[in-house]
Design a binder for this molecule. Structure first.
Ligand code: GLC
Length: 640
C-alpha cells in the first residue's frame, strides 16, 4: 500500500459544492439531494480506496470522479433511476433462491442481439433471471480471444447489432425479470484500442496507460515469479512492439495489452466506461481477469491488495450514481485468495457483490472422477464464509477451460499428493485413465509445471458423449450441488441440452489453436426442440434441470445470506453440506459415487431435523431397517 495512505475524512464541502448547482439545474433539487446523500454515504470508501493506491494524486482524482459521477447521474434514464430505488429497497434481491443464471455468446445462442430478445421465452421457461452475454463490445478484428480484446467499449461488435439494440435488449430483459450481465475487460485492451493506437503513435500520455520497457531488464526480473496463462500460444508475459520500440506487458495474448492501473488517468477512464455501461442498462458487470490488475515485482502479480482497494473505489462510485449495479469478480484463483474478492478485512462488504466459486466447480469434477468427497470436504470446509451481503456465482462449466486449482496443503491433509491428484484429473478428463468415459481436450499443457488444463462441455466430460448411461445423473448431481450451495447458479449455454464437444471447433478463422471453442456450441432451433423429448439425453437433462430450478426456488434456506458449511463426513462417498438458516437446518447430501450409499439417521436427529423432508424430490425421508438413509447412485437430497 502507498505510504501516504490517509485516514478516512468527511466529504470536503468544496467537492459537493462543485457539482451541486449543476445537478440542481439538471435533475431538480430532490434529485440533487439524493445524489449528495449518496456521495456523503460512500465518500469514505471512495476516498480510502483511492488514497491507498494513488497517494498524493488521490484528491484531484476524487474531484474528477465526482464530476463524472454527477454527469452520469444526470444522464441516467428515469427507468434506471427507478430501478436504483427498487434495488435499494430490496438490497438482497440477488441473494434469493429464485435467482438463476445463464451465460452465452449472443451469436452462438441466438444469432444476434435481436435474436436474443426472441429467445427470452426460452430463458423464462428455464427460470432464468440473470443473463450473462459474453463480450460483445467491439473487439479487434481477427482473433480477439473470444471478444476479450476490446477495441471500443462504447460500440457493439458489428454483426450483433448497435448500442441502441443493446439498450433495447437490456430493457426487454428487464421487463421479463432478467438482469443483463456484461463483461468489463479491465486488465487489458486490444492493441487496436484508441489508447494503444495513440501510444504506438508516440503520444506520451497514452504510453503511460501501459507497462512498457525499453529493454529486457525489468521484464526478465518480473518473469522470474510470473506464471504463464497461455504457455502454448502466448508464452511469456511481455511482447515486443515494433512501433513502440518497447516491450509491452501482455499477460494473455500479445494483442491484449495490460493497462497500468497505477496511473490514475486509467482509473478515471474505466470509471467513465463503467458508468456508461450502467446507463446502457447493464445490471451486473463481470470484472474480467480482475486478479491481474496490479503488478508487483517478486510476486505472481495476482491478488495484490491494491486490486481490492481499486474495486472498493470503483464500487463506491457506482453506489453513488447507479446503486442497482452489481459487481461480479472473475478471479479464477486458488481457494486461499478467492474470498477476498467478496471482501475480507478492511474491504469486507465493500468490493464485489458476486464472485465465481471456482473452488466448488473444481471440487465437483474432482469428486465425480474419484468418487470420493474427502478432499472436497477439506477444501470447501476450510474456506472462510463469504460476507452475508454477497453471493457466490456457482457453476459446473463456463466458457473457459478447467484449471485444477487444488491446494497442495488441502491434498496433503487427506493423504493425497496435490501434484499427483491434478495429474489424475487431467488424465481422467482427457479420457486417458482406465475406465474414464470423459472426452475432454487438454488445454495449455505446461511441461514446466506439469499443468494440463481441460476443455470440454459438461456432457462430454461426464461421459454422455461416450454413451455412458450414468452421464445424465452425474451432470444433474453436479448441478444439484451448485444449486444447493447458495448464490446464483449459472448454466453455460448448451449444457442444459447436453450438447457434446464441437468436433469442428478449429475450423473457424482465428479459433485454430484455442480448443476452448470445443465447448462453446452454437444452438440451433433443432437443438432447442429436443428439450421436450424425454427419450433424448437433451430432454432428460433439460427436464431434470427445470425440476431442480423449481425446487430450489421453493427453499428459503438456500438464500445466499446464509453460508454453507461442510458437516462431518459419515461415508466418504457422500458430501454433506449444512446450511443453518433461521428457519432451521438444511442438510444437502450428495452421493458422488455410482453405488448406493448410507447416511446415518441419528445425524438428522442431532441437527434437530425431525420429520425430515427432501425438498428436492418433495417426499418424506425414511430410514432403512439398519438406521440409515440410503442414497441411490449420484442422488442428491436437500433435507429440511
Ligand atoms: C478471462 C476470460 C477468458 C479470457 C481472459 C482474458 O479469464 O474468462 O476467456 O481469455 O479473461 O481476458
Amino acid at each position: 500500500m502507498h505510504s501516504s495512505q490517509q485516514p478516512t475524512g468527511a466529504l470536503p464541502a468544496s467537492a459537493a459544492a462543485a457539482v451541486e448547482s449543476r445537478l440542481v439545474e439538471a435533475v431538480g433539487s430532490a434529485g440533487a439531494e439524493l445524489f449528495l446523500l449518496r456521495l456523503q454515504r460512500w465518500w469514505p470508501d471512495l476516498h480510502d480506496g483511492l488514497a491507498s493506491v494513488y497517494g498524493t494524486r488521490a484528491e484531484d482524482t476524487a474531484v474528477r470522479l465526482i464530476e463524472l459521477a454527477a454527469d452520469a447521474y444526470a444522464a441516467r434514464e428515469p427507468e434506471l433511476k427507478r430501478l436504483d430505488l427498487v434495488r435499494s429497497l430490496e438490497p438482497d434481491w440477488f441473494q434469493q433462491p429464485d435467482m438463476m443464471g445463464y451465460a452465452a455468446y449472443a451469436d452462438r445462442f441466438a444469432g444476434d442481439l435481436a435474436g436474443v430478445s426472441e429467445r427470452v421465452e426460452y430463458l423464462r421457461e428455464l427460470g432464468v433471471t440473470y443473463l450473462h452475454l459474453m463480450p460483445l463490445l467491439r473487439p479487434r478484428e481477427g482473433d480477439s480471444d473470444g471478444g476479450y480484446a476490446v477495441a471500443d467499449y462504447r460500440d457493439v461488435q458489428p454483426g450483433l447489432g448497435t448500442m441502441r439494440d443493446l439498450r433495447a435488449l437490456a430493457h426487454t430483459l428487464r421487463e421479463s425479470g432478467i438482469s443483463l450481465v456484461l463483461d468489463l475487460v479491465l486488465n487489458h485492451v486490444a492493441r487496436e484500442h484508441e489508447w494503444a493506437r495513440a501510444a504506438r503513435a508516440g503520444d506520451p500520455r497514452y504510453r503511460a496507460y501501459f507497462h512498457t520497457y525499453a529493454d529486457r531488464e525489468l521484464p526478465d526480473a518480473y518473469e522470474c515469479t510470473l506464471p504463464e496463462v497461455f504457455p502454448d500460444f502466448a508464452p511469456g508475459n511481455f511482447s515486443w512492439d515494433e512501433e513502440l520500440q518497447a516491450w509491452v506487458w501482455t499477460t494473455f495474448n500479445s494483442f491484449q495489452w495490460d493497462v497500468n492501473w497505477a496511473n490514475p488517468d486509467v482509473f478515471v477512464e474505466y470509471a467513465d466506461i463503467l458508468l456508461f455501461l450502467a446507463n446502457v442498462g447493464v445490471e451486473v458487470v463481470r470484472l474480467d481477469a480482475i486478479a491481474f490488475l496490479w503488478k508487483r515485482l517478486g510476486t505472481d502479480c495476482q491478488n495484490q491488495p491494491e486490486v481490492h482497494a481499486i474495486t472498493q473505489a470503483l464500487h463506491a462510485l457506482t453506489r453513488i450514481v447507479c446503486p442497482a449495479l452489481l459487481f461480479k469478480a472473475e478471479a479464477i484463483v486458488g481457494p486461499a485468495d478467492l474470498v477476498h474478492y467478496l471482501g475480507q478485512g478492511p474491504h469486507y462488504g465493500k468490493v464485489s457483490d458476486l464472485a465465481y466459486h471456482n473452488s466448488l466447480m473444481v471440487q465437483i469434477w474432482s469428486m465425480l472422477a474419484s468418487g470420493d468427497a474427502r478432499l472436497a470436504a477439506r477444501a470447501l470446509g476450510t474456506l472462510p464464509p463469504a460476507p452475508s451481503t454477497t453471493a457466490w456465482i456457482t457453476y459446473l462449466r463456463g466458457h473457459d477451460d478447467i484449471g485444477w486449482a487444488i491446494d497442495d496443503g488441502d491434498a496433503a491433509a487427506v493423504g493425497l499428493s496435490g501434484h499427483a491428484h491434478r495429474a489424475f484429473l487431467s488424465d481422467y478428463y482427457a479420457g486417458r485413465f482406465p475406465g474414464s468415459a470423459a472426452r475432454g481436450l487438454v488445454f495449455q499443457s505446461n511441461p514446466a509445471t506439469g499443468d494440463r488444463r481441460i476443455s470440454g462441455t459438461s456432457a462430454s466430460l461426464a461421459g454422455i458423449e461416450a454413451g455412458d448411461e450414468r452421464g445424465v445423473a452425474r451432470v444433474l448431481l453436479g448441478h444439484a450441488l451448485t444449486f444447493g450451495w447458495g448464490g446464483i447458479p449459472v448454466i453455460w449455454s448448451g449444457d442444459e441440452l447436453a450438447m457434446p464437444n464441437d468436433p469442428d471447433w478449429a475450423a473457424e478463422p482465428g479459433h485454430g489453436g484455442d480448443n476452448r471453442w470445443t465447448h462453446r456450441p452454437r444452438l440451433s432451433e433443432a437443438d432447442l426442440e429436443r428439450r421436450t423429448d424425454p427419450t433424448t439425453v437433451a430432454g432428460q437433462l433439460f427436464g431434470g434441470l427445470r425440476a431442480l430450478i423449481q425446487a430450489r426456488a421453493r427453499v428459503p434456506h438456500l438464500d445466499a445470506s446464509v453460508s454453507s458449511e461442510i458437516a462431518p463426513l459419515a461415508d466418504p462417498g457422500i458430501l454433506p453440506v449444512l446450511r443453518r438458516h433461521p428457519l432451521g437446518a438444511l442438510l444437502g447430501l450428495y452421493n458422488v459415487t455410482d453405488s448406493w450409499r448410507p447416511f446415518p439417521w441419528w445425524r438428522l436427529d442431532e441437527l434437530a431435523i425431525t420429520d425430515p423432508w427432501d425438498a428436492l424430490s418433495n417426499t418424506g425421508v425414511k430410514a432403512g431397517e439398519d438406521g440409515n438413509v440410503w442414497l441411490a447412485p449420484y442422488q442428491a437430497m436437500w433435507i429440511v
